[in-house]
Design a protein around this ligand. Sequence first.
Ligand code: SF4
Length: 348
Amino acid sequence: MNAFARELLRWYDHHGRKELPWQHPRSAYRVWLSEIMLQQTQVVTVLDYFQRFVERLPTLRDLADADEDTVLALWSGLGYYRRARFLHHAARLCVERHGGDLPRDLDALMALPGIGRSTAGAILAQAHGLRFPILDGNVKRVLTRYHGIEGFPGESAIEKRLWRHADEHTPDERTADYTQAIMDLGATVCVRSKPACLLCPHAATCVAHRDGLTTVLPTVKPGKKIPTRAVAMLLMRDGRGRVLLEKRGTQGVWSGLWSLPEAVDADAAPAVATTFARVHTAEPLPAFTHVFSHYRLDVSPLLFDHAAPLAAVADRADRRWCDREDIASLGLPAPVRTLLDHLPEIAP
Ligand code: SF4
């Protein structure tokens, strides 16, 4: 075991997180689920989602047997829904190909949707104690600083160097603890802004700390401005308080989720609304912006209260008038759920 791993494990024994729900028990299914939830999301946010998910779907087979709406409803609010769809699809492939378990093999794991090399390594190291390195965002940050590596970590040459370092530091013993330890260090000490170097077990040997480079490493992605799109969302509510929802198709950021009908802008909204119901004048609700990783969406919500559903437009598998209970059981994008949670009472 090299000095980096030794110091890190000594730190972990005193300060690491040992009571996370996926550590007890540390099964491959639970480690996998936590790893997928933790991509792009902080531990504090994941805790409740994880508990709810494993209470409802305690095993990989339960996940494979669940329908997509159930999985997306459990994921609703965590964002990046592609993760949930991949998880679901991968569980079904494990039943088909691997007897209902996650394989204990790096290549077979990486052949499953949504599992990259780092996630596969984390599953093998944490669930089975096998010696495989990981390189998630937190680990990249620790290693670029520790070794003083300049250049955007997403570039392939830089990433290769980081994998080499990740591999050389991963010990043969206590691999599961080491894996948790380096993730914890990145999440709690070597944080993005203002790392707590004085509390870090590597302060004496870290290049970024020694050379005053902690604010410039890791190197940020070369600037790219994200585009903005605008849309009007139609909240059609009938006299019984039911709202018209549509299930999105298989493409796009909210694919498979239930959302509101849309129009290109507020002027076009009444024409869209009248294809589903007889409506009165719409009341504009406060506009908001939702930021995705690759674009910003400016949303203008319009409330059409006392809409009278057209008899000729029947409920279908992908479009229906939903009451509160129905809405609670469906997977909705977080901003749409927030909108529906804050609707004004129906005017008499
Ligand atoms: S000394 Fe500071 S910059 Fe270096 S690894 Fe520790 S927390 Fe990160």
